[in-house]
Design a protein around this ligand. Structure first.
Ligand SMILES: NC(=O)c1ccc[n+]([C@@H]2O[C@H](COP(=O)([O-])OP(=O)(O)OC[C@H]3O[C@@H](n4cnc5c(N)ncnc54)[C@H](O)[C@@H]3O)[C@@H](O)[C@H]2O)c1
Length: 413
């Protein structure tokens, strides 16, 4: 196999992976699936390529003659589709998040372990120029032992909410709890350090009128304070605060590296500030700043999210093709990125107490969660459904969703 034959589920975010295959040497697009018939038809017209087969039904789509699927469907529904794809003998690239509850986590990891197939978690924020450089220097030992880190993914989605929820009151984005969509802020810190989270305390910001107007039931933003296996601490914050910020900072025993702040207008995740000592007994307070570029920088640069959208799918294809250098995120690491947000909400629902995070590399750690269906999706959690906001679901009038749907329809005329 020289090129991975890929099928993409979901034409929204999935478009990024569809576009990747247009120029890629290591991938070929063969099928696309989306049950939104009108959107699928538009995509077919735009792509205008007779070699691609289009499906509305996932169960038909996975019978297509291909090697791998990209799951860019709803963020809370990846696990059941990943399991079906693995059972059909397909490699899986999963968009964020990996699962929505712990029962799914047990089922997914156990399915992956049955197969000799690649599962890669698409946490693209690990592959931005700044986070890649942080990882490179950390792994070279330049920062010493990891002591403290911060990750921020603040994205005020109000201006695009109509397009990304289509006025659907049951859309996962409207039902997410504050600490659900947590892996853009936590993930890079885990990928840089390869340290496992063991404990978390969670916080949510106060519900406000801006998110009510969006139709969102959860708090605007969530925070996790996480203890890692070596005793280091992480602070992660993410959500719909008013202004955007993608920012990472890590402190080691020999120095600090951080990305530029968005408001500094210094190309944020494309620039780093590095402040290193020669060793742990010398103190040099002079920082240096630069825009890191690796050998794939020029190829990746035009892709979304600071080029990171290129690296995730490129590395997935390389991994499937057997390249031992391919930098992908397996299911255990994906859970190290996801569990802190999930258990942070358990912490929030219990007044902010610290909560232990299991390690699913250990089979015995899975037992307590085999039937644990707690989440905010009523279809899946049934009588175990969590409120989306810890103080109870806010009241949102149906007219709000009707107005949002009207905006979406107008935008897509
Ligand atoms: N990594 C990133 O930077 C990033 C950015 C945006 C979105 N995402 C992720 O991408 C995924 C998709 O997000 P989105 O923004 O496109 O919005 P979305 O979740 O609303 O879109 C999902 C798409 O999949 C289709 N779909 C859902 N279930 C399906 C099924 N069972 N069969 C066929 N089609 C189905 C829907 O019709 C829709 O077009 C989510 O998991 C989200 O978290 C990641």
């Amino acid at each position: 196999m020289k090129q991975v034959r890929i099928g993409v589920l979901g034409i929204g975010r999935g478009r990024s992976m569809i576009d990747y295959t247009k120029k890629a040497n290591n991938a070929r697009l063969v099928a696309i699936c989306d049950f939104w018939a009108e959107g699928l038809l538009n995509t077919m017209e735009q792509i205008n390529d007779d070699s691609i087969t289009y499906y509305e039904a996932f169960d038909e789509f996975i019978k297509h003659d291909m090697d791998a699927v990209v799951l860019a469907n709803y963020a809370n529904e990846h696990a059941p589709y990943a399991i079906k794809a693995l059972q059909a003998g397909l490699h899986v690239f999963s968009e964020v998040l990996p699962v929505q509850n712990m029962k799914e986590a047990v089922e997914l990891v156990e399915e992956i372990e049955k197969h000799d197939l690649i599962y890669a978690y698409g946490e693209n924020y690990c592959y931005m120029p700044a986070t890649r450089e942080m990882k490179r220097l950390y792994k070279l030992g330049k920062l010493g032992e990891f002591e403290y880190g911060e990750g921020e993914y603040i994205h005020n989605c109000a201006p695009i909410w109509a397009d990304i929820t289509r006025g659907d009151k049951n859309h996962w984005r409207n039902h997410q709890y504050a600490t659900f969509y947590s892996t853009h802020s936590i993930g890079p810190l885990i990928h840089i350090t390869s340290l496992r989270p063991i404990k978390v305390s969670g916080f949510e910001t106060k519900y406000n009128e801006r998110v009510r107007r969006m139709g969102k039931l959860g708090a605007p933003a969530g925070l996790e304070i996480i203890t890692l296996e070596n005793g280091a601490i992480l602070k992660s914050v993410h959500g719909d605060l008013d202004k955007n910020s993608i920012w990472y900072s890590i402190y080691g025993s020999k120095g600090r590296i951080e990305s530029a702040r968005e408001d500094a207008l210094q190309k944020d995740i494309e620039r780093v500030y590095l402040n290193l000592d020669q060793d742990e007994n010398s103190y040099d307070f002079t920082p240096t700043t630069y825009e890191p570029k690796d050998e794939l920088h020029e190829t990746a640069h035009d892709y979304g999210h600071g080029g990171s959208d290129f690296y995730t799918i490129y590395n997935f294809c390389e991994k499937v093709l057997g390249n031992p250098e391919a930098d992908t995120i397996d299911i255990y690491e994906a859970f190290d990125m996801f569990f802190p947000g999930h258990f942070a909400y358990r912490s929030i629902l219990n007044g902010g107490i610290p909560v232990d995070i299991p390690n699913f590399r250990n089979k015995e750690d899975r037992e307590a969660f085999r039937e644990d269906i707690f989440c905010t999706d009523p279809k899946v959690a049934k009588d175990k459904v969590w409120p989306c906001y810890s103080k109870g679901n806010p009241i949102i009038a149906d007219e709000i969703y009707e107005e949002i749907e009207a905006v979406w329809k107008k935008n897509n005329q």
